[in-house]
Design a protein around this ligand. Structure first.
Ligand SMILES: NC(=O)c1ccc[n+]([C@@H]2O[C@H](COP(=O)([O-])OP(=O)(O)OC[C@H]3O[C@@H](n4cnc5c(N)ncnc54)[C@H](O)[C@@H]3O)[C@@H](O)[C@H]2O)c1
Ligand SMILES: [Zn+2]
Length: 471
């Protein structure tokens, strides 16, 4: 929620100057399980309306419907559901307008907050509906994925994809409250947990040494047990909770002074330099977490070659990410891609490289601006030899997007064009992936021709349907 203080002055020539400052207020609550009748905090907000409109996706709805209804029933709050299709192909204006229609038929009162329950996709698209509805309306977020909990819900960015362009339309729109409940990880598939874990590796490597040490110690077990919520015990959950809380708080400290992303030296850009191009280049896109881990792994090799970290630190880093099944290299991550991606990212960083990499120890960050293409390519050679000698191809587990991520079967998406991917499904932008490649993969040239690395004017690298520099 925001509030504006403004003054209006007229000068001697009759021109009018308006000056205003906006106060932002929004809250995060660690409440778990948030839909437990013992925790009245969320219900208390809705008591005055005695009803709630909940936006949720088709996968999360059947899992949590009963629990959520029981919770609100207990407090005599009537639930109205708006269930939307999930997947990146449904992060569209159509879905957003569908949510707007639901708000309209519900007759939402201006200050009444819509409740949004789901991963980053649902909170982004619903948040944008709320940002636009009657110019602005309130919402409350309950993230249910690790990406949602430690990344998407920490920011105030909301939005949707337009044509091939990821997050092309959006807004900065803070929710009233965000309820952070890690027990949702109990039902999150391990591939999604791993995907979110990559963002924790990012924050820890360049922003928080204490989190880094905890990840090294507990990472593998945390990913395998859904942070201790699936099969783990309190002993697993405790470090998981500490990691997530610190990760969220570090993100808030780093990014809150830069809410509108005007500053371009961004610590959290670690792993987000070459990955926007890489993510979409394979026939079936890489999961975001895998693409950024390949980017980070290469950056770690660069940090070693620059003498910014030592071999023991490099080994610790690779041991962690390989143990959790994240990717470290990909055959399409090659000289050509590095060149194309470096050029693309510079355009969004005001002509500078601003490569964020660890500096001296994990948790500290430096921005490099003087890396020649020759150096990048020779480091890539070293990187590939290192990964191959220790880890084989370097491609991790469940590295590619699935139907849940996309909203359609990946094969259908990769093979088909816009008309045939899903008849009647106007959302589909499969054409961007209809690239002719060798060995089942696409060439970088084809990827670029298909719009893989266009750059917009606002400092965001867009990457076709999936992947941007900062989501
Ligand atoms: N606003 C931001 O700053 C920001 C930051 C990062 C990412 N994002 C956006 O977030 C999206 C990715 O987020 P995501 O990874 O959460 O994706 P998502 O919302 O698509 O969720 C991934 C999958 O997990 C399922 N799921 C969600 N919660 C579940 C649960 N508890 N149990 C079982 N299944 C569950 C979903 O149905 C979906 O299939 C992208 O669109 C990205 O652009 C935004
Ligand atoms: Zn990211």
């Amino acid at each position: 929620m925001s509030d504006l203080t403004a003054s209006v002055k007229k000068d001697s020539q009759g021109s009018i100057a308006v000056e205003g400052y906006e106060a932002l207020n929004y809250n995060f609550h660690y409440t778990s399980p948030v839909f437990d009748i013992q925790h009245a905090k969320l219900a208390d907000i809705y008591k005055r309306w005695q009803r709630v409109l909940i936006v949720i996706d088709t996968i999360v709805h059947p899992i949590y419907k009963e629990q959520i209804e029981k919770y609100f029933d207990h407090y005599n709050i009537a639930v109205t559901w708006k269930v939307i299709n999930g997947g990146e192909l449904h992060k569209t204006m159509d879905t957003m307008l569908d949510i707007v229609d639901a708000m309209d038929s519900f007759g939402i009162v201006r200050t009444e907050p819509t409740l949004v329950v789901g991963g980053g996709l649902v909170t982004d698209v619903s948040g944008y509906a709320c940002a636009s509805y009657r110019r602005t309306s309130n919402f409350i977020r309950v993230p249910t994925t690790l990406i949602g909990l430690i990344d998407a819900s920490v920011s105030i960015k909301v939005g949707l994809n337009h044509k091939k362009l990821k997050n092309r339309l959006g807004a900065y729109h803070a929710p009233l409250h965000t309820f952070l409940d890690f027990s949702f990880l109990k039902t999150l598939p391990v591939g999604q947990v791993r995907n979110g874990f990559a963002e924790l590796v990012k924050i820890a490597s360049v922003g928080d040494k204490a989190v880094w040490d905890l990840l090294v110690k507990h990472g593998k077990e945390l990913v395998e047990t859904g942070f201790g919520y699936r099969d783990g015990s309190d002993a697993v959950r405790a470090p998981g909770t500490e990691i997530c809380h610190r990760g969220i708080e570090t993100m808030l400290e780093l990014e809150t002074p830069n809410l509108h992303e005007l500053g371009l030296d961004r610590v959290i850009a670690f792993g987000h330099t070459w990955s926007p191009t890489l993510e979409l280049t394979p026939r079936i896109p890489l999961r975001h977490g895998h693409a950024i881990t390949i980017d980070m792994a290469y950056s770690i090799t660069l940090a070693l070659s620059r003498g910014l970290i030592n071999e023991a630190q490099r080994d610790e880093w690779f041991t962690l990410v390989s143990s959790v099944g994240l990717s470290m290299d990909h055959e399409l991550f090659d000289d050509e891609l590095i060149a194309v991606a470096t050029d693309a990212i510079k355009k969004t960083r005001d002509g500078k490289q601003r490569f964020a990499i660890p500096n001296g120890e994990f948790g500290k960050c430096i921005f490099l601006n003087d890396v020649s293409i020759e150096e990048l390519q020779s480091v890539l050679k070293i990187h590939k030899e290192f990964v191959k000698s220790r880890y084989g191809s370097g491609v991790g587990k469940e590295a590619y997007v699935d139907a849940g991520d996309l909203g359609v079967e990946p094969e259908a998406y990769a093979k088909s064009d816009k008309k045939s991917v899903a008849a009647g499904d106007s959302c589909c932008t499969g054409e961007s992936l209809k690239r002719k490649g060798i060995n089942g993969n696409d060439t970088k040239a084809a990827a670029v021709a298909a719009g893989a690395v266009p750059v917009d004017g606002t400092g965001t690298v867009t990457n076709g349907v999936t992947g941007t520099s900062q989501d």
